[in-house]
Design a protein around this ligand. Structure first.
Ligand code: ADP
Ligand code: MG
Length: 472
C-alpha cells in the first residue's frame, strides 16, 4: 500500500471518529459520512501542501464549505505538522487536458493558492495575449525546444518556426489535426519565439470560441467598432480551433472582414483546426478559399517511436524515473494522443513521485483506466468478449475457441469474432489466431452476423447489448 493510501486511511478514520461520534458542533450519521467522504482521497503531499480529490463539484463545495477547517486540522494533527490543504474534483486533478483550467477554480482552503506546487499540471495560457504585456509565465512551458519532433509533426513544426522567425513567410498558416496532437503547443511556441525575436509586434492569440463570444457580446453592447479596432491593430493574429466557425454565418462574416483586413495588410495569421478547411462545414466559400490559399500543414498521430521519445522527454523533465520497458509499454498502450500521454505521466507523478515506489505495468494500467476508462488492453477486451458471449449463449470459452461446429457453438463464435472486429483494430489474421482459424473464416463469420442483423428479430439489439457489456 502506498503512503498516500495509508495516510488517507488514517486521516479518514480520525475524521470519522471526530465527526460521527460527534463533538457537539459536528455530528454526522455514518451514512452521511460515507456520502461526503466515501471517495475522498489524498493524492499529493509534501512538507507544506496536501491535495485531496473528491468526485464532483457538489461534494467539493460542501467539503470546503462545511468541513474545510476540520479537514485541515485533522490532517495536521495526523501528520504532526502543518500543511496547506487543497481540494480538487477528480476531473480537475486528472484531466489536465482540457486546456481551459485556470487553477483558481480549484479550491484551496487557505489564502495561499495551491498553484505553486500545482504548476506541473498547469497547461493553459491566458485566453488572450495581446502584445508583450500578456501573461508570459503561463506560456513558458510551450516552446519549439520542448516540442518533440517526429515524422508526423515535422512539417507543421518547421512551418511554425519559419513564420515565427519571419512573419508573413506563409500566410495564412493553417495547422490541422486531431485533438491532443500539439497544435496549441505550436501556437504558443510561435508566440514565445516571436516575443523574443520581434518584441515590437502586437501578438493576438484567441481561441476561436472566445473570439465568437466576444464578438456576440460586442454586437449586443454596440461596441463592434472597438472589437474590430482591437483586432485590426494586431501584427500577428493566432486563432485556435477555427472549426468552431462552422455554421455560424453572421460571425463568419465578421471574421472574414477582420481576417481580410489583416491579410491584405500583410499581417501574419495562423489558424488551427481539428480538421482541414474543406471539412469545416458549413463554411463560407470565401473564407475557405482564403484558408486554403496559404500553407496547410497537418499534424498526424505520433508513431510508436515518437511516443517513446515524448514519454522519455516528459518523464525526464518531471523527474519521474521510468524503466525502458515501462516507457515502451506506455507508448504501446497510449497510441492516439499526446495529451493523454501527458495526463498519465502527471497522474503517475502525482501519485508516486513522493513515495518513490517503482512504477510497474500494473500501476500504469490503473492510471490509464482512471484517465481513459475506454482504453482497455486488447487482451482484456478479448477476454471480456469471450466471457459475455459465453454467458449469453451458454457456450464454454474453450468451445468458442475450439474447432467444434455445432450450430449453437458456431453461432456464438461468429458473434465473438464480430464483436472483436468491431471493438479492436486487430487484423483479420490476428482475430483468426485467437480462434485458430484463418482470415477467410473470420470474414465469413462477420458476414454471417451482418446478415443475421438484417434478417433476425432482436438480433441487432442482442449484439448491441453485448457490446455495451464489453465496454463497461
Ligand atoms: P491540440 O491543440 O492539438 O489539441 P495541444 O497542443 O494542447 O494539442 O497538446 C496537448 C498536450 O500535449 C500539450 O500539453 C502539449 O504540450 C503536448 N504535446 C503535444 N505534442 C507534443 C510534442 N510533439 N512534444 C511535446 N509535447 C507535446
Ligand atoms: Mg488546442
Amino acid at each position: 500500500m502506498s503512503d498516500l493510501l495509508e495516510i488517507t486511511k488514517a486521516f479518514l478514520e480520525e475524521l470519522q471518529s471526530r465527526l460521527v461520534s460527534g463533538g457537539s458542533d459536528h455530528s454526522l450519521p455514518p451514512s452521511s459520512f460515507k456520502l461526503w467522504f466515501g471517495d475522498f482521497s489524498l493524492v499529493k503531499l509534501d512538507e507544506s501542501c496536501a491535495v485531496f480529490t473528491t468526485p464532483n463539484d457538489l461534494r467539493k463545495n460542501i467539503l470546503i464549505g462545511k468541513y474545510g477547517d476540520l479537514i485541515k486540522s485533522t490532517l495536521c494533527d495526523i501528520l504532526g505538522f502543518s500543511v496547506e490543504v487543497s481540494i480538487y474534483t477528480e476531473g480537475e486533478f486528472s484531466d489536465f487536458s482540457k486546456g481551459d483550467k485556470d487553477t483558481s477554480s480549484s479550491s484551496s482552503l487557505s489564502s495561499e493558492e495551491g498553484e505553486k506546487f500545482y504548476d506541473y499540471s498547469e497547461r493553459d495560457i491566458s485566453e488572450s495575449i495581446s502584445d508583450t504585456s500578456g501573461n508570459a509565465s503561463l506560456l513558458d512551458g510551450y516552446t519549439f525546444d520542448n516540442f518533440v519532433e517526429g515524422s508526423s509533426n515535422k512539417f507543421a513544426k518547421a512551418a511554425c518556426m519559419a513564420v515565427a522567425d519571419e512573419p508573413n513567410t506563409y500566410n495564412p498558416l493553417f495547422i490541422y489535426g486531431h485533438s491532443g496532437l500539439g497544435k496549441t503547443h505550436l501556437l504558443y511556441a510561435v508566440i514565445n519565439h516571436m516575443k523574443k525575436k520581434h518584441p515590437e509586434l502586437k501578438i493576438v492569440y484567441k481561441r476561436c470560441s472566445s473570439f465568437l463570444e466576444e464578438l456576440i457580446a460586442a454586437i449586443r453592447a454596440g461596441t463592434t467598432n472597438e472589437f474590430k479596432e482591437f483586432y485590426r491593430t494586431a501584427d500577428v493574429l493566432l486563432i485556435d480551433d477555427v472549426q468552431f466557425l462552422a455554421g455560424k454565418e453572421q460571425t463568419q462574416e465578421e471574421f472574414f472582414i477582420t481576417f481580410s483586413y489583416l491579410y491584405e495588410s500583410e499581417k501574419q495569421i495562423i489558424l488551427t483546426s481539428d480538421r482541414p478547411p474543406k471539412e469545416i462545414n458549413p463554411l463560407n466559400e470565401r473564407i475557405m478559399t482564403r484558408f486554403e490559399g496559404g500553407l496547410l500543414a497537418d499534424v498526424q498521430p505520433p508513431s510508436l517511436e515518437l511516443r517513446i521519445a515524448i514519454i522519455k522527454k516528459k518523464s525526464e523533465d518531471m523527474g519521474l524515473s521510468l524503466s525502458d520497458e515501462i516507457v515502451e509499454y506506455m507508448a504501446e498502450r497510449l497510441h492516439s494522443n499526446v495529451r493523454q500521454i501527458e495526463g498519465v505521466l502527471k497522474k503517475l507523478y502525482a501519485l508516486y513521485s513522493l513515495s518513490g515506489a517503482d512504477i510497474t505495468k500494473k500501476k500504469i494500467n490503473e492510471v490509464i483506466s482512471i484517465i481513459d476508462p475506454g482504453n482497455v488492453p486488447i487482451d482484456t477486451i478479448i477476454e471480456r468478449v469471450l466471457h459475455v458471449v459465453s454467458e449469453k449463449y451458454d457456450v464454454k470459452i474453450d468451445e468458442l475457441k475450439s474447432k467444434k461446429r455445432g450450430e449453437k457453438i458456431a453461432g456464438a463464435r461468429h458473434v465473438a469474432i464480430y464483436l472483436i472486429k468491431k471493438i479492436t483494430d486487430l487484423t483479420l489474421k490476428e482475430i483468426g489466431n485467437i480462434f485458430s482459424r484463418d482470415h477467410a473464416t473470420v470474414i465469413s463469420s462477420i458476414e454471417k452476423v451482418e446478415s443475421n442483423i438484417k434478417t433476425k428479430n432482436n438480433y441487432e439489439e442482442d449484439i448491441q447489448s453485448l457490446l455495451d457489456l464489453v465496454k463497461k
